[in-house]
Design a protein around this ligand. Structure first.
Ligand SMILES: Cc1ncc(COP(=O)(O)O)c(C=O)c1O
Length: 646
């Protein structure tokens, strides 16, 4: 086999060349590169002291047990392959419109598979000299993507968004108790020793204090007295304010870090499913009146169910206003899903573009300029712009980074924060190496696959984190979302099984690329009956109805509960003709949820037909369901509601 050519340098990227493809269209490249990478690995082993004698002799390799063992391995692998093929979810197919999944980038798959053979462990540089630097580079990529200064910021790859959220709260928790602990150990370093002032010191001033403590060699002793050393109960840490649509990992984080799930305050959302900033302000004011500190606030960019983007600009403005009044708290943005979307707004120099220039800039170097629908709203743009003022941000490559599992990530605005969570184990860490490369000393995880870092790194090297790279894929998904909604609206009313059926998207113009929707019998005011219809549709177009091979399209679903969403879904229910009393009575609405991550559902020659065929498939499914039972099956016992899946 010949050596593949070296990188051809920067230039326009063809999105069509990036994925194996729904019909394995790019299999030739995939196979040849995989073969090449395996060959490289085989040579690597042989070339390591080539004069060493082979340990296995041909005679041993012909022995009956040897051959039987090889047969057993073959059988197991055949069994594995059969299981994978018969039950895996076909994320790659454009018929899959369910969770946050689609095809993954070929270069990332190949990089991860190749690196796996070398089995690097990024816990410490010693065991991952190739892949630890890649993880650090990816951390710098995250920092730049978020508008942080890469000279002072930091970031790294976590196993998932959940762990990144834990890390964000870990930093916030350790910092919150630091000023009070400093006042006990080194009162000379602290200006105002009033407990309320100490619990409200701004993030920047707390970090300056950390610096001074380090310089005066008192850091270790202060940390021993803080939440890190003495436990979360040592000082009042206060409440964690999150949007009611937050991912459930925040409750888990509060539990694990000893903060307590009861300390999580859920702020209601608006009818755009964004955190309601008036409610937020009221909650903060109430806590301040009660003299309860605020540990931190979490804004979400791309909520799990709706893809909603909280007004981060508003949160930053309020955070700064409160800081001026002596009320300080940490701001984390959970952009596990929406984080890569910031690439939409960055030019090749990393400049965040003014709103007016977005449409011109989109399409540069591409086959044709993107339509208006690929440009997010001004509110969403403003929220993304303000992310650079957050203290830390979760951003997951295994979601909108199109990288295989398991790859989450975190970016931290000020790397001094790492001093609060730094550990070192003498047997693992070489003190002469820069701390950066010994990741295990400052992160939540221990041993971790360097192969993951290789996958993320390779993706970032091919697709820059700006409008010329990731931004182009993501713009297509937003455009595809718009087509989906327009298609749904075009089938607003149709006949199925002798009934008239109506259909509504949850939002006509969602912030990102997730579409929630529901069908109803025309004139049916009963929420319970509508829920049964949508549950039956989900059943027919998911694993619930048997092997996915038989499904013509695959969706996911969620339930919006009144206890979490308040009255936010009311306008949606009104449009579907549900009696206004029903919301209070039933308290939950079952919706179908489609994350539109495929880049193929906009901007290709066949996409309009694709949406048309979805439309007829949906109608066909509904026709069968309604014919089967006029009342539509009652909910099945044990069918899990499936909320907040990733
Ligand atoms: C907003 C948000 N945060 C965090 C997570 C958790 O990510 P993971 O499943 O990678 O742990 C998700 C998952 O969907 C999410 O949507």
């Amino acid at each position: 086999m010949t050596t593949p050519p070296k990188g051809s340098g920067p230039g326009p990227v063809s999105l069509e060349a990036l994925f194996l493809g729904p019909q394995s269209e790019n299999q030739e490249f995939f196979r040849s590169m995989l073969e090449f990478l395996i060959e490289e690995h085989v040579h690597w082993r042989r070339d390591f002291h080539p004069k060493d004698h082979p340990l296995l002799t041909p005679k041993e390799m012909r022995a009956p047990e040897f051959l039987a063992t090889a047969d057993r391995m073959r059988e197991v692998l055949l069994d594995l392959s059969a299981r994978l093929k018969s039950t895996s979810t076909p994320w790659f197919s454009t018929r899959y419109l369910g969770h946050m999944n689609s095809d993954t980038l070929m270069v990332s798959n190949l990089a991860q598979m190749a690196a796996l053979l070398y089995n690097p462990n990024n816990v410490t540089y010693e065991s991952s000299m190739a892949t630890s630097p890649m993880e650090i580079e990816c951390g710098q990529d995250f920092a730049r993507l978020m508008g942080y200064d890469p000279r002072t910021a930091w970031g790294h790859i976590t196993s998932d968004g959940t762990i990144a959220n834990y890390e964000g709260l870990w930093l916030a928790r350790n910092l919150k108790s630091f000023p009070a602990a400093a006042a006990e150990i080194a009162p000379e370093l602290v200006e105002d020793r009033d407990p309320w002032a100490l619990a409200n010191l701004s993030i920047d001033r707390s970090l300056d204090l950390l610096d001074v403590a380090k310089r005066s060699n008192q850091l270790a002793e202060i940390l021993r007295r803080s939440a890190r050393g003495a436990g979360a109960g040592r000082f009042p840490l206060g409440k964690l304010l999150v949007s009611s649509t937050r991912h459930y990992s925040w409750e888990k984080a509060a539990d694990l870090l000893g903060i307590g799930v009861e300390q999580v305050v859920r702020i209601p959302v608006t009818d755009r499913f964004r955190m309601d900033l008036n409610e937020f302000q009221e909650a903060v004011d109430r806590l301040v009146r009660e003299k309860t500190p605020i540990l931190g606030v979490v804004g979400v960019v791309g909520t799990t169910e709706e893809g909603a983007v909280d007004e981060i600009d508003g949160l930053v403005r309020l955070r700064d206003q409160y800081a001026r009044r002596g009320i300080g708290f940490y701001l984390h943005v959970d952009a596990a899903y929406g984080g890569y979307g910031r690439a939409l707004f960055l030019d090749s120099r990393g400049t965040f573009l003014p709103y007016e220039r977005l449409r011109d800039a989109w399409g540069k170097g591409t086959e044709r300029p993107g339509p208006e629908s690929a440009v997010p709203s001004r509110e969403v743009w403003a929220a993304y712009r303000a992310m650079s003022a957050a203290d830390s941000i979760t951003v997951d490559p295994h979601k909108m980074g199109y990288v295989p599992y398991s790859a989450g990530g975190i970016a931290i605005r000020d790397r001094r924060l790492l001093g609060l969570v730094s550990y070192s184990a003498a047997y693992v860490f070489d003190r002469d190496n820069p701390l950066d490369l010994n990741l295990g000393s400052v992160i939540l995880e221990g041993s971790k696959a360097g192969a993951t870092a290789a996958g993320v790194w390779a993706a970032h090297r091919v697709l820059p984190l700006n409008r010329d790279g990731y931004g182009r894929i993501i713009a297509r998904t937003i455009e595809g979302t718009d087509h989906f909604i327009r298609t749904l609206r075009s089938m607003r009313e149709f006949s199925a099984g002798g009934e008239r059926i109506v259909c509504e998207p949850l939002l006509a113009n969602p912030d990102y690329n997730i579409v929630c929707m529901a069908f109803n019998f025309k004139g049916n005011p009963s929420l319970a009956r509508m829920n049964r219809l949508n549950e039956a549709i989900y059943h027919a177009s998911s694993y619930e109805s048997g092997p996915l091979y038989n499904d013509k399209w695959i969706t996911s679903h969620t339930e919006l509960e009144r206890t979490i969403y308040g009255d936010a879904p009311r306008p949606f229910l009104d449009r579907l003709g549900i009696d206004p009393e029903e919301w209070a009575r039933v308290g939950t609405v079952y919706v179908l949820r489609s994350v539109v991550m495929h880049p193929w559902l906009a901007h290709t020659s066949t996409y309009p037909e694709k949406w048309e065929s979805y439309l007829s498939i949906m109608k066909g499914d509904i026709d069968t369901i309604v014919r089967g039972s006029k009342e539509v099956r009652p909910p099945r016992a044990g069918s899990a509601p499936g909320r907040r899946k990733g």
